[in-house]
Design a protein around this ligand. Structure first.
Ligand SMILES: Cc1ncc(COP(=O)(O)O)c(C=O)c1O
Length: 390
């Protein structure tokens, strides 16, 4: 049996490696606290689960769904975008439900990338942008996200011949892993750049609802002309603690939506309908849960930032996302430092290098662990630091 080259070329998925290390420690009876994965610990709100259970009992929902989703789900997405961002979408042409944002992000390269084509991809970045490109036999040109640039790509530094050959531009704000946010001026520059180079913009925005101190992140589609050049991926995973149910969406440019619908209708059979009904309830039902969750994350953010400050790690207070992006101390690589914290403090953090070359020098800490575990992690980190001083 001979597998395809693309399988051999796949880098190990970082989280799988981390999970293995955690499992090894746990097998030895050690207690490990993982701040490594952005998977909300707070359950899906009750009213959403109730709707899911009701819908699961209805035999109508036991059959194959349509791959472009229930019309009422597409309408619920359009209505949510209008209420939340003031963006008006045609639910028939500009909205496509996804089996989680990751599914659509992985598949969209098949709509644009022919062998040898280029995608412009942020570094550090969510790995699926470049993996999807690789699966379509394309190449990623990595745009460095640096602290000096507020973790926004410098579009002017992309060589002309690369920009000319590129088919897709990936951006992601609020950003994973850096937690940076983008303003309208940046999105406007992206629209102009995409027009100039005839690019499809894919904005990945699953963290727009996780924000602190009253900040309200923008949709890329709020930028004038955005819909002429691009789409926005979104998800119910982080907004409503629904990572396990696998439901998201992509909205915007109708040609891009049409192309992805065609790819998907040949590959999958849509989202289980009971889950679509739960998602309609999430988007259209009471929204108090969002503020409640953000208050919890904000408290955790402040606790962790205070601890990081005490142990000498520099980090900017994030205005949004589920993460803190902190510099590692002098003398450590990000992997060495993450390994040290795992071995010596029993705390798992993600080494920045796992998100690309420009993630080196940083670790990512996630706010998705229950308060008492986070407090324990903070205690362990403080003790670890004290032992080093001693
Ligand atoms: C930037 C980014 N995009 C997309 C996703 C995937 O979201 P979903 O659960 O909707 O597949 C994640 C998940 O961590 C993410 O961090």
């Amino acid at each position: 049996m001979r597998t395809a080259k693309r399988i051999e070329e796949l880098p190990p998925y970082l989280f799988v490696e981390i999970s293995k290390k955690i499992a090894e420690k746990q097998a030895k009876g050690e207690d490990v606290i993982s701040l490594a994965i952005g998977d909300p610990d707070i359950p899906t709100p009750h009213h959403i689960i109730e709707r899911l259970c009701q819908a699961a009992h209805d035999p109508v929902n036991h059959r194959y769904p349509e791959s472009d989703g229930l019309p009422q789900f597409r309408r619920a997405i359009a209505e949510w975008y209008q209420r939340r961002f003031g963006v008006v979408l045609d639910p028939g042409k500009e909205v496509l439900p996804l089996i989680g944002a990751k599914e659509g992000i992985g598949h969209i390269a098949l709509c644009f990338i022919d062998p040898g084509d280029i995608a412009l991809v942020p570094d550090p970045g969510y790995p699926v942008y470049s993996i999807g490109t690789m699966f379509a036999s394309g190449f990623s040109y990595y745009m460095p996200l640096t602290e000096e640039n507020g973790f926004l790509p410098n579009l002017d530094s992309i060589p002309q011949d690369v920009a000319r050959k590129a088919k897709i531009l990936w951006i992601n704000y609020p950003n994973n892993p850096t937690a940076a946010v983008a303003g309208l001026d940046f999105f406007e520059r992206v629209v102009a750049f995409a027009h100039k180079h005839d690019l499809a913009v894919c904005h990945d925005g699953p963290y727009t609802e996780v924000a602190f101190d009253g900040y309200r992140p923008l949709s890329f589609l709020e930028a004038p002309g955005a819909r002429e050049v691009g789409v926005e991926f979104h998800s119910l995973s982080k907004s409503y603690n629904m990572t396990g149910w696998r439901v998201g969406m992509v909205v915007g440019n109708h040609k891009i939506i049409d192309a992805l619908t065609r790819v998907k209708s040949n590959l999958d059979s849509g989202i289980p309908q009971a889950i679509q009904h739960a998602a309609i309830e999430a988007l259209g039902g009471p929204q108090d849960c969002i503020e409640e969750h953000n208050a919890i994350y904000q408290r955790r953010r402040d606790l962790l930032l205070q601890c990081l400050g005490q142990i000498g790690l520099k980090a900017r207070p994030p205005r949004a996302s589920l993460y803190i992006w902190a510099r590692v101390p002098e003398g450590y690589s990000s992997l060495q430092f993450a390994t040290t914290l795992l071995e010596e403090a029993g705390v798992v953090v993600t080494p920045g290098i796992g998100y690309g070359k420009h993630g080196e020098g940083y670790i990512r800490l996630s706010l998705t662990v229950p308060d008492h575990r986070l407090e324990e992690a903070v205690t362990r980190l403080s003790k670890w630091r004290a032992s080093k001083k001693g």
